[in-house]
Design a protein. Structure first.
Length: 340
């Protein structure tokens, strides 16, 4: 029904407007008695064979929602009803920011992709913390970043502010230095600043009564030499794993119109699938499986998810695939794990 009826109607309208409309619709529908229960009955699968223990956390199933969809933790409970095993909120910054000017979200229908240049638009970490204090059941990842106005030499302060604020309300952290939509942010992926940042977070983590897993989200546009540096950095800093990958700046092989292709921003969806899997495979092989990897990028089917797992991913995340294929995709992927 989603792909035949709902998606064609939604795709007639501006993507960002549709995103907000969908949030409102999902929230309102869940206020109807028993709707949440019905949705869980349709989409959720609860089997012991689906459970995964990764970086010390027990996930009810291996399919998560990637960061960027529920930036401000407004809908994590309702989205969990569709069968996600975990929800990653953010990217969150210390101060609220409106992000880049509109339009900033574009569909590439022929390619089953999305270009975004949102720019870490979010309500700020304090607002997110208020909502997450109401969480009772969902496994939540906190994706953290820096404000646009914060220079890179002070970026560490922003990440530490978010880390301290979210510590009691999330289950794991994701350090986002790989978004292409905040000026100069990707410079923080270089070996020296990234090592310093992760060591600072680890120092704060070690001072807690019980530490939280810290993951690094990386860009798909890194060279093999840079990926080897990432492996060394993870070993040196002792963080818990990697999310591979964020969106890409590449426009290679696209079929959509030249006007849309020329829009600046990060590309997600099907065009990212191959490169994301290559990055996962490189990290897993060259680290000898030393750390867990969450695979994300271009997962539009259970076969796509299997490719990520075969390459070395322990868990997978959806974003653009969720938009194009609908919530039934989560169940299809989870059925794959049951079958195996």
């Amino acid at each position: 029904m989603y792909k035949r009826v709902i998606r064609p109607i939604l795709f007639l309208f501006d993507p960002e407007w549709v995103h907000h409309f969908s949030f409102t619709a999902i929230r309102l529908v869940h206020r109807i008695p028993f709707v949440g229960l019905i949705i869980r009955r349709i989409f959720q699968l609860k089997k012991s064979t689906l459970e995964r223990e990764v970086f010390g956390l027990k996930f009810p199933n291996p399919v998560g929602l990637a960061a960027g969809f529920d930036k401000d933790a407004k809908l994590f409970r309702e989205l969990s009803n569709f069968g996600f095993g975990f929800i990653e909120i953010g990217t969150v910054t210390p101060k609220p920011q409106v992000g880049n000017s509109k339009p900033r979200l574009f569909r590439l229908k022929k390619d089953k992709g999305i270009i975004n240049r949102m720019g870490f638009n979010n309500a700020g970490v304090a607002d997110v913390v208020k909502r997450l204090r109401k969480n009772k059941n969902s496994i939540i990842g906190g994706n953290i970043g820096k404000n646009k106005t914060t220079p890179n030499e002070n970026a560490q302060d922003d990440y530490l502010i978010c880390f301290e604020a979210l510590f009691d309300v999330v289950d794991y952290f994701v350090v986002n230095v790989s978004s292409p939509n905040t000026p100069n942010l990707r410079d923080l992926q270089e070996k020296e600043p990234l090592t310093a940042l992760l060591n600072a977070l680890q120092a704060h983590n070690s001072n807690k009564t019980s530490r939280k897993p810290i993951l690094l989200k990386i860009a798909p546009d890194l060279t093999d030499a840079q990926l080897s540096d990432i492996i060394e950095i993870i070993s040196a800093t002792g963080i818990d794993g990697v999310i591979a990958t964020n969106t890409t700046l590449s426009r290679e092989g696209l079929q959509s119109t030249s006007k849309i292709i020329q829009e600046t921003g990060g590309l997600s969806g099907k065009p990212l699938a191959k490169r994301s899997t290559e990055v996962i495979r490189y990290l897993h092989k060259n680290s000898n499986g030393a750390f867990p990897i969450i695979g994300v990028g271009g997962i539009h089917s259970d076969e796509d998810a299997q490719e990520k797992l075969d390459a070395g991913a322990s868990l997978v995340q959806l974003y653009t695939g969720f938009v194009y294929e609908g919530p039934s995709l989560i169940k299809k992927i989870n059925n794959l794990f049951i079958d195996n």
